[in-house]
Write a protein that binds this ligand. Structure first.
Ligand code: CA
Length: 232
């Protein structure tokens, strides 16, 4: 999944602009609402993948926006932006249906890691409900619902992380990803695994399992100076 739509709900223009810049650079599509009512309207019309929700807004509060969206059955992850301890107490104390929060001032790097982790979690959940959950490339088939890979009709025995790595690359065919991006996306910000070598090791195992000639891969191609891509 790439180019996910993120709705920024923030009335301070400078803050919103900073977030927009950082998230666009990370490859996300960005929508912006500067009031709670606009946030509700944009969520209904554009169906963003994730909502970054400030609490202090000029009309209704971020708490109200969150409650309202959940009451309407909207399931996308909501990451609350809180400015003060008293707000944080409320975020933690209320059953709002928010998925996570960050306290201002926060680092953009941390924010992006949280966003990726939430998207990964939600994507896993939402993909179960979606149709068209089979990816087919030649003799290789990924069943995203059963979390199963077959090659020439035979089930390939993959570890969970190998499956997630293959699913991510094959869901974005032809698009190269850096090792750092893959670590952030697949392991998340809570991980301290963070070494490029980790990706290389899993990639080697994955090639041994799905490639005819792992030394000259057909599907999982090294992109020199960048990382890896899935060649459709
Ligand atoms: Ca605000």
């Amino acid at each position: 999944m790439a180019g996910e739509r993120i709705l920024i709900v923030e009335d301070e223009r400078a803050v919103a602009r900073g977030l927009e810049y950082a998230l666009t650079r990370e490859g996300f599509q960005v929508l912006w609402a500067d009031t709670g009512q606009k946030a509700l309207a944009l969520t209904r019309s554009e169906d963003p993948h994730l909502i970054l929700l400030d609490i202090r807004l000029p009309d209704i509060s971020g708490f109200d926006v969150c409650r309202q969206l959940r009451a309407e059955g909207k399931r996308q992850p909501i990451l609350m932006l809180t400015a003060r301890d008293e707000e944080l107490d409320k975020v933690l104390g209320l059953e709002l249906g928010a998925d996570d929060y960050v306290v201002k001032p926060f680092s953009l790097r941390e924010l992006v890691s949280r966003i990726r982790a939430l998207l990964r979690r939600a994507y896993g959940e939402l993909s179960l409900a979606s149709t068209g959950s089979i990816l087919s490339f030649g003799d290789l088939t990924l069943d995203l619902e059963r979390l199963q890979v077959t090659r020439r009709g035979q089930v390939v025995d993959l570890t969970p992380i190998e499956f997630r790595l293959l699913r991510y690359l094959a869901s974005n065919p032809g698009r190269p990803f850096t090792r750092e991006h893959l670590i952030e996306t697949l392991w998340g910000y809570e991980s301290d695994i963070g070494s490029d070598r980790t990706v290389d090791v899993h990639m080697r195992h994955l090639r041994q399992k799905i490639e005819d000639d792992p030394a000259n891969p057909r599907w999982l191609v090294t992109v020199r100076g960048i990382g890896y891509k899935f060649e459709p």
